[in-house]
Design a protein around this ligand. Structure first.
Ligand code: RB5
Length: 143
């Protein structure tokens, strides 16, 4: 898969390690920043990632900040982006099975890196269930 990824300063270390792991797994990674632990504003990287996901320039995205909430709030402003926060493998699986989330968001300050890897693997490998969930996902943008 071609995966877009971003973080703020709080998620920078995990992002760096996750990029290496994703590339080892054979994925192509597009890094939207940030590029250091210097304090920065998460919208500055979340919006470019969301644009790439919405346009289909990447197959999916991963975003991390301290809580994950800032990233999710920005990403979900974009039509076509379904970003969800996951802090366990089970939630990562359900995020794909039920919500067909095309961006996985994780709270870097609240989970160990080993959990980030497990959640990412699960989210990548789990298929969308469709059926009644397809109807619900379609309704997300009907307002
Ligand atoms: C940065 O201190 C922190 O606010 C940010 O990483 C994130 O948690 C915001 O939602």
């Amino acid at each position: 898969m071609k995966i877009g990824i971003c973080s703020d300063h709080a998620g920078f270390e995990y992002k760096t390690r996750l990029i290496a792991w994703l590339e080892e797994c054979g994925h192509e990674v597009v890094n939207f920043g940030t590029d250091s632990t210097d304090s920065m504003d998460y919208p500055d990287v979340a919006h470019p990632l969301a644009t790439a996901v919405a346009k289909g320039d990447v197959d999916g995205g991963i975003a991390m900040c301290g809580t994950g909430n800032g990233m999710a709030l920005c990403l979900n402003k974009h039509i076509g982006v379904r970003a969800g926060l996951a802090w366990s493998e089970e939630i990562g699986a359900l995020l794909k099975q039920h919500n067909n989330a095309n961006v996985l968001v994780m709270p870097a300050r609240f989970i160990p890196f080993e959990e980030v890897l497990k959640i990412t693997r699960t989210w990548l490998e789990t298929p969308f269930e469709g059926g009644r969930h397809q109807r619900r996902v379609a309704k997300i943008e009907q307002f």
